[in-house]
Design a protein around this ligand. Sequence first.
Ligand code: FES
Length: 87
Amino acid sequence: GFEVVLARAGCSVAVAPGKSILDALLEAGIEAPYSCHEGVCGTCETRVLEGEPDHRDLVLSRAEHESGKVMMICVSGCKGKKLVLDM
Ligand code: FES
């Protein structure tokens, strides 16, 4: 598991192993836009301020994956212990 810090909301949520960031946010009562829940539509695209995403989506280009600046929170995770998101 890892921690997700929502920079603008000023709160953080723990993401249990095997759970998606999106589901952890929704279960914590935080509203986040999404549609497909499968990493294909792009609706849940979120800017990453800190931390290294573990990309599992089919939306972003390889260059965008390598930049680490945006991620799809419905499927992608974290390679470290903490992600800071612009939301
Ligand atoms: Fe469709 Fe995340 S909800 S890519």
